[in-house]
Design a protein around this ligand. Structure first.
Ligand code: IFL
Length: 433
């Protein structure tokens, strides 16, 4: 079926499907809150983009890490489900999609295993389905497969703005959309080789997410490109919702910052019944609010901006009557060190602050009810002198385009893990609204 037909069909099916689908064990959205089997569902989670990769390559480490996470009350993981094989210099290899229509079965079986191990521990996953960024192939790789668009390698060229503009051509590329939706369909229909469950029937999957940090383009606002982006969010969310009506759908957006700093654009993109809940990311270093080399001066202001940013998204979620998840936030280790032995005082203070906002909001029945810290490195370690990731190295949560150890929380970060655990316990004690 071609994309336009599929989308028309999907939009019709979506609402009917969602209305019929309410089986046990699936996270649902009711009255602007998540529920799970009749109870309010709130969570402390983590990013674990490499969960499927780890399951495929080191299942023993995976099991130990999931035990550790579960012990600390971290019960929701945000995981990359589809990567695309790319020649970009800092892209992960191998990739789940080797070429159009060709999947890497061992990596897919890794995802099967991850889901089974999560289910054993009563944990949930949010699966994202491509990437706006280059580190897993992503939208630019779809363009490389189907168009003559110049492929910009931002890590080689430093041309980040041009990269973002060109990546957004994905929303205007029909053959890219056909392949993307067909890959998603393959995944939703996949029969787990261990559990025998089809992915679309697996309650371990809380949500499908369109992409990691999809943006409308680079810094320059172009009205038509904004409309293309909004249409893409609406149409692909509807199509995916129809493929997997028992599970939720979210966008993966960073929020207003990733919407060319336009609140109205963020609202319009998410103002559709096809999007079940809102996402927001918070990056105080990347957005120039915090400098780890000048922390005393920049940290207080970064905290204030963070509170304002979260408040802004809480208001939008209230307007749209949808739950809100802070699904990426993190800070470097003190002094900008990548060593697991170094201290994390600023990171820990930041977490306490952010968790305080979530607890306050949840306690008062507000929409901000879940979070996923970026990122969990567990028992992995980098032994590369330049901290660059190379195929075969441990996965430690930091993606291949960033220094390994930048934002990872290791098993030895007991203070940080204790803060997350205390937060999970506070949420757990809140009870139903
Ligand atoms: O690692 C980055 C990741 O690509 C992302 N957002 C920001 C992270 C930290 O820079 O999705």
């Amino acid at each position: 079926m071609k994309i336009k037909q599929l989308l028309a069909f999907a939009t019709g099916l979506l609402l009917a499907g969602k209305l019929l689908a309410s089986p046990a064990g699936f996270v649902r959205v009711e009255d602007g809150q998540f529920t799970l089997d009749g109870d309010t569902y709130r969570y402390a989670g983590a990013n674990y983009w490499h969960g499927g990769y780890l399951a495929a390559t080191d299942p023993e480490r995976l099991a130990r890490e999931l035990d550790l996470l579960r012990d600390r009350g971290i019960v929701n993981l945000r995981v990359l489900a589809l990567s695309e094989d790319s020649t970009q210099s800092r892209s992960v290899s191998p990739a789940v999609i080797r070429a159009p229509g060709k999947f890497d079965e061992p990596l897919q079986q890794g995802l099967d295993r991850l889901l089974v191990e999560l289910r054993k521990r009563d944990m949930k996953a949010v699966l994202y389905l491509t990437n706006f960024w280059q580190w897993s192939g992503g939208m630019t790789q779809y363009l490389a497969w189907h168009t003559d668009t110049e492929i910009i390698d931002p890590d080689e060229s430093g041309r980040w703005d041009a990269y973002m503009d060109s990546a957004s051509d994905f929303y205007r590329c029909d053959p890219c959309q056909d392949q993307y939706l067909s890959a998603v369909r393959t995944l939703t229909e996949r029969e787990n080789t261990i559990s025998g469950l089809h992915y679309r029937d697996d309650p371990t999957i809380m949500a499908w997410q369109l992409a990691n940090e999809p943006r409308p383009g680079g810094a320059t606002f172009r009205p038509q490109h904004a409309r293309d982006y909004i249409d893409w969010v609406h149409d692909s969310a509807a199509a995916i919702g129809a493929m997997a009506p028992k599970q939720l759908v979210s966008s993966g957006s960073e929020g207003v910052f990733g919407s060319q700093e336009r609140r109205s654009l963020y609202i319009r993109a998410h103002d559709t019944p096809a999007i079940d809940y809102l996402t927001v990311h918070l990056w105080i270093k990347n957005w120039g609010w915090f400098d780890i080399h000048n922390p005393e001066k920049t940290f207080p202001d970064a905290l204030e901006k963070s509170r304002d940013y979260l408040q802004q998204h809480i208001e939008v979620a209230g307007e749209l009557d949808k739950p809100l998840v802070l699904e990426e936030f993190g800070v470097e280790r003190d002094g900008g060190s990548f060593s697991p032995q170094s201290s994390t005082d600023y990171r820990d203070s930041f977490l306490r602050e952010v968790y305080g906002v979530i607890e306050h909001n949840s306690r008062n029945g507000g929409p901000l009810v879940g979070s996923n810290i970026w990122t969990f490195g567990g028992y992995g370690r980098s032994d590369s002198e330049d901290y660059l990731w190379r195929p075969g190295d441990d996965f430690i949560g930091d993606p291949p385009q960033e220094p390994q150890g930048l934002n990872s929380v290791f098993d030895t970060d007991t203070e940080t893990l204790g803060i997350i655990q205390a937060h999970a316990q506070t949420l757990g004690a809140l009870g139903d609204n």
